[in-house]
Design a protein around this ligand. Structure first.
Ligand code: 2M8
Length: 411
């Protein structure tokens, strides 16, 4: 394996997706700035250009709403290549944005960028701190249910068509959304993307939110979809812990953040599905567990929870498939190794799970995961995701977050 050569290719991809002050996830398929993709990009840039890493995060926060929410897409520049664009979201502000959020990993990545060069980063961290606090406050105010983070749209989870959402999605009526033209299926193989019936429902949820004027209270009360997402809860807990570190470092008050951490730790306990013996999401409209063991449940160590009840599941899955922690349990009847979030292995998820494993002392698992992700990228390139069974690359190529995790973690 020629690490120098692959490092150079990773940087080339970051450069090609760079729009000056923000990056796109990959040109063509995703032509705008996505929230958690940008946080990964900042982490990647921090290995060789901290200045550029800060501008990535700062540009993301130009999309922050007055209520603190940081949207899942910021539409800096109109592009016809992606649907739904700004007109569909109908958010009356500039820069145009979507109306929903995404996993709040910015505090975690801001901490990493800051620690890469504290001298340079101090003033940037000071400026970013208040914005991060207000985003976290927005989550606590509008999204915490018994300490668990609720999502109002599968896109918020970042794991769009995961099996986790199947039951809740079945209760969303997508029949009245009208005609529209998808763009994603003209860039990549449609059999690897969400289906038309999924998209109808995604749009029905967007239309509901838009018709309320993106009113969180109304969406909470009557929105068609509300699920406590185990991935979101664990990532938010981790982000709050990182924010606490930053607060201490910068000499800010810590009580409020400590309170969030305590609530989220209790929330994690509520995610425990005792019948199936693993962490799980809960459909808040029905109160039922989703009964799905996806990669998100393995973020428990990344959240700083020392709970080894997930280890036997990890052992089994890592022997059933060769590459990574797949986005769905390979023993699940719905497992599909190439359809997006219903089975494939995602390098960025592997990186977060791997870091959590290493931090909690599970070095052998952590290294195995890192090495097999490394192999996927070295042999196939910087794809969006891969088959966990045979490593076949899939989705978009030249992906920013795959390049970023190569530079920071996998190599
Ligand atoms: C995917 O999601 C977008 C919608 O946000 C899509 O499929 O159109 C997900 O993989 C998400 O996690 C990711 O942030 C986004 C851009 O890479 O693509």
């Amino acid at each position: 394996m020629n690490f120098d050569k692959i490092d150079k290719r990773a940087r080339k991809i970051m450069r090609e997706n760079d729009r000056g002050l923000y990056t796109v996830p990959t040109k063509g398929l995703y032509p705008y700035q996505w929230n958690w993709d940008s946080a990964f990009a900042a982490w990647g840039f921090s290995t060789y250009d901290v200045r550029r890493a800060w501008s990535e995060l700062e540009t993301l926060f130009t999309g922050q709403w007055d209520n603190g929410m940081v949207p899942h897409i910021v539409f800096h520049k109109q592009s016809i290549g992606y649907f739904p664009g700004p007109d569909v979201w109908g958010v009356p502000r500039v820069p145009h944005t979507s109306g929903i959020t995404q996993p709040p990993i910015a505090a975690t990545m801001a901490r990493a960028v800051y620690e890469a060069d504290k001298h340079y980063g101090r003033i940037h961290m000071e400026l970013m701190y208040g914005r991060l606090v207000s985003w976290h406050r927005w989550f606590v105010k509008y999204r915490l249910h018994d300490g668990m983070v609720a999502i109002t749209h599968p896109w918020e989870s970042g794991r769009d068509n995961a099996v986790d959402w199947d039951d809740a999605m079945a209760n969303v009526d997508g029949s009245g959304v009208g005609e529209y033209t998808r763009r994603d299926t003209s860039h990549v193989d449609p059999s690897m993307r969400p289906k038309k019936e999924d998209y109808d429902r995604y749009l029905a949820m967007v239309q509901f939110g838009r018709d309320t004027g993106w009113n969180e209270v109304e969406i909470a009360r009557n929105g068609p979809f509300r699920v406590a997402d185990v991935g979101m809860t664990l990532l938010f807990l981790r982000a709050c812990r990182d924010l606490l570190h930053i607060a201490v470092e910068l000499d800010h008050e810590v009580e409020e953040i400590e309170g969030w951490i305590a609530m989220l730790k209790r929330g994690v306990e509520n995610h425990w599905n005792a019948e199936r013996g693993h962490y799980d999401s809960i459909d808040l409209r029905t109160g039922k567990f989703t009964n799905s063991l996806s990669s998100a449940s393995f973020l428990v160590w990344f959240a700083g929870i020392r709970d080894d009840r997930m280890l036997p599941h990890l052992d089994r899955i890592m022997t059933e498939v060769a590459f990574g922690v797949p986005s769905n349990d390979p023993s699940d009847p719905h497992f599909n190794p190439l359809r997006y979030w219903r089975g494939p292995s995602w390098g960025m998820m592997n990186s977060l799970i791997g870091i959590g494993l290493a931090e909690t002392g599970h070095i052998v698992h952590a290294e195995k995961l890192r090495k097999n992700t490394q192999k996927l990228i070295a042999e196939h390139g910087f794809y969006e995701y891969f088959s966990p069974v045979d490593g076949a690359p899939a989705g978009g190529n030249h992906f920013t977050w795959t390049a970023a995790i190569w530079l920071t973690w996998a190599s």
